[in-house]
Design a protein around this ligand. Structure first.
Ligand SMILES: *Cc1c(COP(=O)(O)O)cnc(C)c1O
Length: 499
């Protein structure tokens, strides 16, 4: 299996090169040149496998330059017993007759990013030992909250790596902020920036593609790589849990092998839902992929009209990990749907950076309509949904999952489609205690601090706060710096010189 770039389809590299570099030097994203297929026989076999065995099989189809021993080492390490609080790793919770919640937040940081970021350090260090031996890998992360913590936790004290995380000072929840500022580990750094997530992401991209900075790093025996979902090593672990969820549905007797399902994904950077698209193209029978957005509904409009237009207000919402106006991974979908022709992609991405808007061709638009549905939900609707789900089923959703449930409810009321459905649940509700408590009992949260609200949410709902969140209460912040977006480069260089 070889990989090409969305902006230069003549490129051919092995997966270890794609993962070690993170992004192609032409500015494009790496994608496999073809999507491997799995048959219903394969799926029936996978039903009897553990999550780890399913992961090894799926990864072996994409990472063909990794040896079996290497894949064993990576996957066994990432999903070892005790790292995830459920032995199924990504279990299904039955919500009602035709809806299953895929709980992707049983890992160390309580958000779905752990599914990929527990594995990525293993993939990245194995890949770089093959393709750029001797280099120290510097991970730069722009985060809207969850990626930063999950990446820090995944990479902390991993030999031959350093990790630096930038987050928007006013764009993450107090719990997310504390999770990052209290991070332990010798090779880690965290800095707030004055600005929003797109500012942080643009700043990181700029440093990443700056030739002078790259030369400076090279002279220090270092190179940049990315832990954002532009790295193929972030996406491939996510394909696994959609295949695994289909197997679980069969195992639970919810469907028979071959039956169609719908998949609903609360979406920000388009990584998670793109992984679901890959699972569909591999052979998982999916009727519709339903893309759920919060008030930042640029993707909803795009998937409905074929026009991407980021010239609109940016909202800070109660589902901050989806507060994004430029969804990087969409470029991969467009490239695939455009039969891997790179010219249109380059044109559209150029238009996007110059005017903030582009319109895809009729062909690509038709293919989007075949595969995707989309909807959005504002904060008020999200809170109402969290309250309704809790009242009806005693199940507590976080705010991101609340958006997905709301959009799915709208979809069902319009289409009356009762195809069995998997809703991706992306965070533990205690990560967003203030908003979730406000949803289930608006009177209770007045004048409470973050940890009073954790307790309040527990008392109100009976749900248990995971210990790694509850224990933050007694930790002292270690990283308190906040910089201007123009100063990100000097922050990076001073952190790297600092050891
Ligand atoms: C990152 C994140 C999302 C968005 O996922 P994308 O892959 O960026 O679309 C949704 N919910 C939570 C809790 C997240 O951390």
């Amino acid at each position: 299996m070889l990989y090409t770039s969305t902006r230069d389809n003549s490129i051919r590299v092995e997966s270890s090169v794609a993962i070690a570099h993170g992004i192609s030097s032409d500015g494009g994203l790496f994608v496999p040149v073809e999507i491997p297929k799995i048959s219903m026989d394969d799926i029936s076999r996978l039903v009897n496998y553990s999550y780890i065995e399913r992961a090894k099989y799926i990864l072996s189809l994409y990472l063909t330059d990794f040896t079996e021993q290497e894949l064993d080492y990576c996957v066994n390490g990432a999903y070892a017993e005790g790292k995830f609080s459920d032995k199924k790793v990504a279990p299904l919770h039955t919500l009602d007759d035709h809806t299953e919640i895929l709980e992707l937040w049983k890992g160390p940081t309580c958000a779905f990013k752990d599914m990929a970021l527990q594995l990525l350090p293993y993939l990245l260090t194995t890949a770089s030992a093959k393709s750029v031996p001797g280099k120290e890998i510097v991970i730069l992360v722009a985060t809207s909250g969850d990626t930063g913590k999950a990446a820090l936790e995944g990479f902390k004290d991993v030999p031959n790596t350093r990790i630096l995380v930038f987050y928007p000072d006013n764009g993450v929840s107090p719990m997310q902020k504390l999770q990052m500022t209290t991070q332990e580990g010798k090779n880690v750094g965290v800095c707030a920036i004055e600005g929003n997530f797109d500012d942080a992401q643009n700043g990181v991209k700029k440093i990443f593609t700056d030739k002078k900075v790259a030369e400076k790093l090279d002279s220090m025996g270092m190179m940049f790589s990315s832990a954002n979902s532009i790295n193929w090593g972030r996406l491939v672990p996510q394909i696994v849990y959609y295949v695994s969820a289909y197997c679980e549905m069969i195992e639970k007797g919810r469907i028979k092998a071959g039956d169609e399902i719908n998949i609903v994904v609360p979406t920000g950077n388009f990584g998670n839902i793109l992984a679901a698209y890959y699972a569909k193209e591999m052979g998982i029978p999916v009727k519709k992929l339903i893309c759920a957005s919060n008030a930042n509904d640029v993707l909803t409009d795009f998937l409905k009209t074929g026009i991407y237009n980021k010239n609109r207000d940016f909202y800070t919402t109660i589902s901050p990990s989806m507060d994004i106006l430029i969804s990087s991974n969409l470029e991969r979908l467009l490239f695939i749907l455009n039969d891997m022709e790179d010219k249109d992609i380059k044109d559209w991405m150029k238009e996007l950076s110059e005017t903030g808007r582009y319109q895809v061709s009729e062909k690509v638009y038709d293919r989007i309509r075949e595969n995707f549905e989309a909807g959005s939900c504002d904060d008020k609707g999200t809170k109402a949904t969290i309250a309704k789900v809790f009242e009806k089923t005693n199940y507590l959703c976080d705010t991101h999952t609340g958006v997905a449930v709301a959009v799915y409810d709208d979809y069902v009321s319009v289409t009356a489609d009762i195809t069995p459905t998997v809703i991706a649940s992306t965070a533990n509700p205690f990560k967003f205690s203030a908003s979730v408590l406000d949803a289930v009992n608006p009177d209770m949260s007045k004048d409470m601090d973050e940890f009073d609200m954790v307790l309040g949410l527990h008392v109100e709902t009976g749900a248990e706060c995971p210990p790694q969140l509850a224990n933050l209460k007694d930790k002292k912040p270690r990283f308190t710096e906040c910089c201007k977006k123009e100063d990100m480069e000097s922050v990076v260089l001073s952190m790297l010189n600092n050891k």
